[in-house]
Design a protein around this ligand. Structure first.
Ligand SMILES: NC(=O)c1ccc[n+]([C@@H]2O[C@H](COP(=O)([O-])OP(=O)(O)OC[C@H]3O[C@@H](n4cnc5c(N)ncnc54)[C@H](OP(=O)(O)O)[C@@H]3O)[C@@H](O)[C@H]2O)c1
Length: 273
């Protein structure tokens, strides 16, 4: 069985901290890409469970709204949402910001990289500008943040890293070549980190969503099995808690992923998927 084979464990949400080997009761998380979609839903769920969460993205107004919407849940759970405007393409800003956030949270148990872009690419378009933006956010942004987190978790010898990749990274699809490439790069990077960090008890979980109803998919046609962001977030946290290596969300996308990966290239190039 390989990393991308049948995921294990239950998809049911749990009240346990999503952390391998963390101190008892520790609930400190950073979510990058938290202003909408799955990232925002993850912040809401974590805040409701009593986490201190740092929520980052570019749109500070959306982050402030998110924090306000969590206030009641935080009052009941003891959680806290700290927001910070940040553009992940400012890679040089990451080390200092990371250090500040960890100090503010009092440590770190869970890191989730949810930031991503998927600009519309026309069938015959080759836009280096759009393609490089995808790489800057989805790949370099992920590496800039996750390297910092890996360094800390390697030293403290506990923690969970979650990267939201995509089923799109399983093949080179004709629709958006560099989006697929960016997610394939994430998959390989996260797998390599998992192999390194498992030696010190740190877990790395790769999430491959199918279709989720977020700003990213808004207006797209032909979508099916569309998950709500809240459903996806519950499955993502369950996967992290169950120490899944790779988890498709919904889990039924694993069947699609397995079939799609087995289609020979000479047939795949004729399919509009
Ligand atoms: N929706 C789907 O069907 C689907 C399927 C597979 C995988 N995914 C992946 O899931 C992840 C979350 O996407 P979503 O579906 O929840 O869509 P979304 O609502 O568009 O969320 C994307 C998040 O990324 C943030 N982001 C984008 N560029 C950024 C930058 N330069 N700096 C900091 N943050 C940035 C956005 O915040 P700001 O714009 O405020 O910065 C937003 O919070 C993405 O990686 C996406 O590729 C989505």
């Amino acid at each position: 069985m390989t990393d991308s084979d049948q995921p294990q464990g239950s998809a049911a949400p749990s009240t346990q901290p999503a952390v391998a080997g963390a101190p008892a009761g520790a609930r400190r998380a950073i979510v990058v890409g938290a202003s909408s979609g799955m990232g925002a839903a993850l912040v809401r769920q974590l805040a409701g469970e009593g986490y201190k969460v740092a929520a980052l993205a570019r749109r500070s107004d959306r982050l402030e709204e998110l924090a306000a919407s969590c206030a009641e849940a935080c009052a009941a759970s003891g959680g806290r949402v700290v927001v910070r405007a940040h553009d992940v393409t400012d890679h040089g800003e990451v080390p200092e910001l990371f250090e500040e956030l960890v100090e503010d949270l009092g440590g770190l148990d869970l890191f989730i990289f949810a930031a991503g872009v998927m600009p519309k690419i026309e069938p015959r378009e080759y836009s280096t500008t759009k393609d490089f933006e995808i790489v800057e956010v989805n790949v370099k942004g992920c590496i800039a943040w996750t390297n910092q987190v890996a360094q800390l978790m390697q030293t403290q010898r506990f923690g969970t890293i979650v990267g939201i990749s995509s089923i799109a990274g399983d093949r080179g699809r004709k629709g958006n070549p560099v989006y697929c490439t960016s997610k394939a790069a994430m998959n390989t990077y996260l797998e390599a980190l998992r192999n390194r960090l498992s030696e010190v008890g740190v877990h790395v979980c790769t999430i491959k969503p199918g279709f989720v109803a977020t700003q990213m998919t808004d207006g797209m046609e032909g979508l099916f099995w569309l998950a709500k962001p809240e459903q996806a977030a519950a499955q993502i946290l369950a996967a992290a808690r169950n120490r899944a290596n790779v988890r498709y969300v919904f889990r039924r996308w694993w069947i699609v992923g397995t079939i799609v990966k087995s289609i020979p290239s000479f047939l795949f190039r004729h399919l509009n998927i």
